[in-house]
Design a protein around this ligand. Structure first.
Ligand code: IPE
Ligand code: IPE
Ligand code: MG
Length: 253
């Protein structure tokens, strides 16, 4: 159910109050899209949009943490994004490494656990080392879990899970009949986290782009035309306020 016109007009503080007055999603997932278009519209190189996008990511992590949401998954680089020009790809790698390094003190201060999810193959050694360091340092944090989907593909994730289960069957540790939805869920990169309640996509594209294919079976979708570098707390609160008004039926009546 869309927000009433009155709600759309609410200011940031009122929206925040509204969001705080009702149960928040436990797990929020975001497809951070539109950096390139944001830059192109300003006559800037696409990479300028990615730098600006990092600022939105920082703002959103803070706002989500402040709302007490337990899990946040951000889509930063897909398994298909390798097909972009080499310069853009290497800039995205550097940007990720630099930003997680810079954010480490704040992640510690906020008690946030960072888990980078995706495949390691193809990721430059220095980037991998930086990721491992921040994951190691934050591993004991007990507040919000931040999943950063990087070199991530939903199908890759399923392939990896099924291969692992097949190995267990081959080793005689598992019977095929024992494979059920729960076991598959706990074999994914997001093992232990509940499925996302809400998925936000910016820049208006009405597609999933190989994100969390298994986990979003009953996730509520919210798409905004706002480009990721322009996305801020007000947009976040609007998305959550609309989510809170929805009737999640899960196939029931
Ligand atoms: C999202 O912005 C960031 C990544 C996919 C890495 P885009 O770079 O896809 O921006 P658009 O969609 O081209 O505007
Ligand atoms: C999805 O955005 C991936 C990320 C946001 C990291 P894309 O820009 O790659 O998706 P498509 O190509 O428009 O489907
Ligand atoms: Mg895009």
């Amino acid at each position: 159910m869309p927000l009433k016109p009155g709600h759309v007009a609410l200011g940031e503080t009122e929206l925040l109050e509204l969001v705080r007055s009702q149960p928040r999603p436990q797990h929020l997932a975001v497809i951070m899209d539109g950096n390139g278009r944001w830059a192109t519209q300003r006559g800037l190189p696409r990479v300028a949009g990615h730098s600006e996008g990092v600022k939105s990511a920082r703002t959103v992590v803070r706002a989500v943490d402040a709302l007490g949401i337990r899990y946040l998954t951000l889509y930063a680089f897909s398994s298909e994004n390798w097909s972009r020009p080499g310069e853009e790809v290497s800039m995205l790698m550097t940007l990720l490494e630099r930003s997680i390094h810079q954010e480490l003190p704040e992640l510690m201060a906020r008690n946030i656990r960072l888990q980078v999810i995706g495949r390691a193959d193809g990721v430059p050694h220095t980037v991998k080392r930086g990721i491992d360091h921040v994951m190691y340092e934050t591993a004991g944090n007990t507040g919000m879990t931040l999943f950063m989907a990087f070199n991530y593909g939903g199908r890759d994730e399923l392939v990896d899970a099924f291969r692992e289960l097949a190995r267990q069957v081959q080793a005689g540790k598992l019977r095929p009949d024992e494979i059920d939805e729960h076991l598959i869920s706990t074999s994914l990169y997001t093992a232990g986290a509940p499925d996302p309640d809400l998925l936000i996509r910016t820049s208006g594209e009405m597609r999933i782009s190989n994100f969390l294919l298994w986990q979003i079976a009953y996730t509520e979708l919210w798409v905004t035309p706002v480009l990721w570098p322009d996305f801020g707390p007000h947009d976040l609160y609007r998305a959550i306020a609309e989510y809170q008004r929805r009737d999640r039926r899960f196939g029931g009546v």
